[in-house]
Design a protein around this ligand. Structure first.
Ligand code: XIL
Length: 351
């Protein structure tokens, strides 16, 4: 499967900007025609390699300095929080899409690909959902949520993270309300519902700590193998890739490849590489190497169609508020200056 293949003629008509570049590049057309300035960006270099390079974006689009970097460097967008259950259906049946629409419109007006994130997840999940104990009631709530959210964005979202973080490190299912009330079948049910609502979107399972071969990625692999064998509509697996400096799994490429061999696309969906603060030249050099390692692993696996970093600069990153004493995880620093990892990433993409 070509990474940038689109599912329908209708979708091709929408392609412009970055996506048109990527499609032409995948068809072997544009590589030599790319202006050197475009090839010297993340999105341009990725397009020449037939890939998308995205960023997570939240409530940042009023900031001109931020938007400058976003629009010039990136060819894809994932809303960081705005499509989650607590943002889209905070009260039962009361759907709000304004914040996500702003981000999706920004992307589509510029030909950037959109990853929808995420439909069924235990976190950022309103208390009213977590309190549902009756299986029929929860099934109805999940169905309605997927139907309304995926329905609202139909035709404007290329990929959906249908289910997120359903496994624990030991490979068992995370005991979320979905798992405990509905059982194992809730994930495949969610994929079937999403497919029926938006037949053109590619449907992904997304998780963290599944980048290397381990008990958790083995369990995920087995689920995806089973889904593809039984015809459950899954198209892609997202590897979040929230890495620690110097600890990129040595078997990242092999692990991506084993999933790809099942016939699904694989994507790096939330990449950041955090370090103990303060940053220094040696750590930033290691980080540049680590980013290049991740890019090379993706490029070596034909169905690895995109790499998305989890925000534009260290100023917006979720890391410092989540991992005490750590940060500096992205490609631009707190002042939005390019870090060594930016050049290394573009170079690894072939730019
Ligand atoms: C994070 C956001 O970056 C934060 O702003 C928010 O407070 C919590 O969620 N895995 C995921 C993402 O799938 O949705 C999470 O995003 C990071 C971990």
């Amino acid at each position: 499967m070509t990474p940038t293949r689109t599912r329908s003629r209708r979708r091709v008509a929408f392609l412009s900007g970055w996506s048109a570049l990527a499609v032409a590049a995948a068809a072997g057309v544009v590589v030599t025609a790319l202006p050197s300035s475009a090839a010297a960006t993340l999105g341009g270099a990725a397009a020449a390699a037939g890939r998308t390079f995205g960023a997570a974006v939240s409530d940042n689009l009023g900031d001109a300095g931020y938007v400058d970097i976003l629009d010039s460097q990136f060819s894809g967008i994932t809303p960081e929080n705005e499509m989650k259950w607590d943002a889209t259906e905070a009260a039962p049946g009361a759907f709000t899409f304004d914040a996500a629409d702003v981000i999706v419109d920004h992307a589509r007006e510029r030909g950037m690909a959109v990853r929808g994130h995420t439909l069924v997840w235990h976190s950022q999940l309103p208390a009213y959902v977590q309190a549902i104990a009756d299986p029929a009631e929860l099934r109805t709530a999940v169905d309605r949520h997927i139907t309304e959210v995926a329905g609202h964005f139909r035709g404007r979202v290329e990929y959906w993270d249908v289910a997120n973080e359903a496994f624990l490190d030991d490979g068992s299912r995370r005991p979320s309300v979905f798992q405990t009330v509905l059982g194992d079948g809730y994930i495949e049910d969610a994929f079937r519902t999403a497919r029926s609502v938006d037949p053109d979107a590619k449907l992904c399972y997304n998780d963290f700590s599944i980048e290397g071969v381990n008990a958790k990625s083995d369990a995920t692999f087995e689920m995806v193998r089973d889904f593809t064998a039984r015809g459950v509509p899954i198209d892609c697996v997202g590897f979040q890739s929230h890495f620690v400096l110097g600890q990129i799994p040595a078997d990242l490429q092999a692990n991506l490849q084993r999933f790809a061999d099942l016939g699904v696309e694989v994507q790096i969906t939330e990449l950041d590489i955090r370090m103990d603060l303060p940053a220094d030249a040696a750590k930033l050099a290691q980080q540049a190497e680590d980013y290049a390692t991740v890019v090379r692993a993706c490029l070596a696996v034909a169905p690895c169609s995109s790499i998305t970093v989890w925000q534009v600069s260290d100023r917006e990153s979720w890391v410092p508020s989540t991992f005490a004493g750590q940060g500096a995880a992205l490609l631009f620093d707190e002042d939005r200056a390019a870090k060594p990892a930016l050049e290394a990433t573009i170079a690894a993409l072939g730019g």
